[in-house]
Ligand binder design. Structure first.
Ligand SMILES: NC(=O)c1ccc[n+]([C@@H]2O[C@H](COP(=O)([O-])OP(=O)(O)OC[C@H]3O[C@@H](n4cnc5c(N)ncnc54)[C@H](OP(=O)(O)O)[C@@H]3O)[C@@H](O)[C@H]2O)c1
Length: 328
């Protein structure tokens, strides 16, 4: 019998249950993937906690790698026995096996392990969106990256730095600051947990000859939004792509103008890879960046799939550097 993680009501990690789940034969256009590694992402926390409400009962998870073990009719995109990875809905990656539309699966190169594929496909594609679609990196430009030692954060810092961008990372501990500098950031500023970001814009201006940064990559949301805006140079861009600390405030577009002709974008990976051709192209570029060392699969810890709740506790504790994996 197949097992998966499910929850009946929003709440803390304790709501996650290990349940038996029947798995039908793959339908037309679908493939069944037996998972070998499953990525834990902050969006899973938003779904579990109710920050992003979902119809219940619900499965969880968007990211995994594994092996194709059955095919529905009409599938030509993947073959039996092929190693694949994916980042996509519907939620349900926290499972031993599942069926998915075959055109949402990407082949994993022989040079990339299953664990590394599970650790990079979601976070790497998010970083890819940020360094290709949201802003084209300019060597010598300064940017700000919040949660810079996180799963997406370390990949983004590495990818930007590899292209000559001067990265100012923001983290909550000196240990994380070391990790961010090791990933290529020029500077890492520490704002301890519970600390306010009030001084951050002045520190950023001091590091950029009074000008501010070209882009602020902000996945923290409520606690950092105002500091991110105040850290931008004229015509700067706030790329607001997450809300780990809570929902964003309402924004008056006129205020963006008076503060320096600023731009605000809320990019989503699900738009970035909606087209299957774009998905395969972008995933190929992520695996290439991995091969070239522009990004790394940094795995902080692995948990048995059954213990997904433990992984969520660790992620929410803000103690992780890099990715968390669930192993079926
Ligand atoms: N828009 C998209 O398409 C997209 C795609 C993927 C991920 N994301 C977003 O990117 C962010 C990073 O995702 P991830 O899975 O890689 O997680 P992560 O960065 O590994 O973990 C979240 C980090 O956020 C920081 N943080 C700051 N304030 C926090 C708070 N009040 N509560 C919890 N964490 C706080 C913590 O780092 P410090 O302790 O160092 O501050 C923590 O380690 C998330 O916001 C996620 O939603 C967006």
């Amino acid at each position: 019998m197949n097992h998966r993680i499910s929850f009946d009501a929003p709440g803390g990690p304790d709501v996650l249950q290990w349940v038996e789940a029947a798995l039908p034969e793959p339908g037309p256009g679908e493939a069944r993937i037996r998972h070998t590694g499953i990525g834990v992402n902050y969006i899973d926390v938003y779904h579990r906690s109710g920050a992003y409400p979902v119809p219940l009962p619900a499965g969880l998870g968007f990211e995994a790698a594994g092996v194709v073990e059955a095919l529905g009719s009409g599938v030509s995109a993947v073959a039996l026995g092929q190693r694949v990875a994916y980042v996509d809905g519907p939620r349900g990656a926290y499972a031993e096996a599942r069926n998915l539309p075959a055109d949402r699966l990407v082949p994993v190169p022989d040079t990339v392990s299953d664990e590394d594929a599970a650790a990079v496909i979601f976070k790497g594609l998010t970083a890819h969106m940020l360094v290709t679609r949201v802003w084209t990196p300019e060597p010598g430009a300064s940017v700000l990256v919040h949660a810079a030692a996180g799963g997406v954060g370390l990949m983004l810092v590495r990818w930007l730095s590899a292209q000559g961008v001067r990265v100012i990372g923001v983290v909550s501990t000196p240990e994380k600051a070391s990790a961010v500098r090791a990933a290529g950031a020029e500077t890492a500023l520490v704002v301890p947990r519970g600390g306010a970001c009030d001084d951050l814009p002045a520190q950023v201006k001091a590091l950029t000859n009074g000008r501010g940064v070209r882009v602020a990559y902000d996945s923290v949301g409520k606690d950092t939004f105002e500091a991110s805006l105040a850290s931008l140079a004229p015509f700067g861009l706030l790329a607001s792509f997450g809300r780990a600390s809570g929902a964003l405030p309402m924004v008056d577009p006129a205020g963006l103008g008076s503060r320096g002709s600023l731009a605000l974008q809320r990019p989503s990976i699900f738009h970035h890879i909606a087209d299957p051709t774009d998905l395969r192209q972008a995933a190929g570029e992520v695996f290439e960046a991995l091969a070239q060392g522009k990004i790394r699969a940094q795995i902080h810890a692995r948990f048995p799939l059954k213990e997904a709740a433990e992984a969520h506790r660790l992620l929410e504790s803000r103690a992780t550097q890099g990715a968390l994996l669930l192993i079926p």
